[in-house]
Design a protein around this ligand. Sequence first.
Ligand code: HEC
Length: 126
Amino acid sequence: MNALRKTVLLAGLGLVASTAFAAVDDDMKALASKSGCLTCHAIESGTPGPNGMAPIGPAWQDVAKMYQGKPGADTFLTRVVLEGSNPYGSHWKNQVSGLAMPPNKVAIKEADAKKLVKWILTLAPK
Ligand code: HEC
C-alpha cells in the first residue's frame, strides 16, 4: 500500500472513531439531562455554580479524576447515585455547595445509572 492510501485510510478510521465517540457523548449527555443530573453537575472542571457559589455537585471531570483507576468505582458510584450521598460523610466537603446528593432512583433506572457512571469515569482530562 502506498503512503497516500495509508494516510487516507488512517484519516478515515480516525473520523469513524471520533464520530462514534461523539455519538456516545451525545447519548450520555441526553440521558444526564433527562435524568436531572445537570441541574447540579457540570461536566467540565472549573464551571462555576449558581450566583457565584461553588458548584452544587462536583464537575464530572473532577469525579473521574478522583476515582480514576480505583477498582469497583463504577459499582460504588452507581450506588451513591441511586441511593444518594450521606451529608455527614461528604466526599466533596468544602468543594461543592450542595450538602448531599438526593437519591436519584426515582429519576433514573439502575442500568442507565451504571452506563452514565461508566461514562463519567472516562471524562478525566488527558
Ligand atoms: C440536587 C442536586 C443533585 C442532583 C440532581 C444530582 N447530583 Fe450528583 N451530587 C450532588 C452533590 C451535592 C454531590 C456531592 C456529594 C458529596 O459531597 O459526597 C454529588 C455527587 C455525585 C457523584 C460523586 C459521588 C461520590 O461519592 O464521590 C456522582 C458520580 C454523581 N453525583 C452523579 C450524579 C448523576 C449521574 C446524577 C443524575 C442521575 C446526579 N448526580 C444528580 C448533587 C446532585
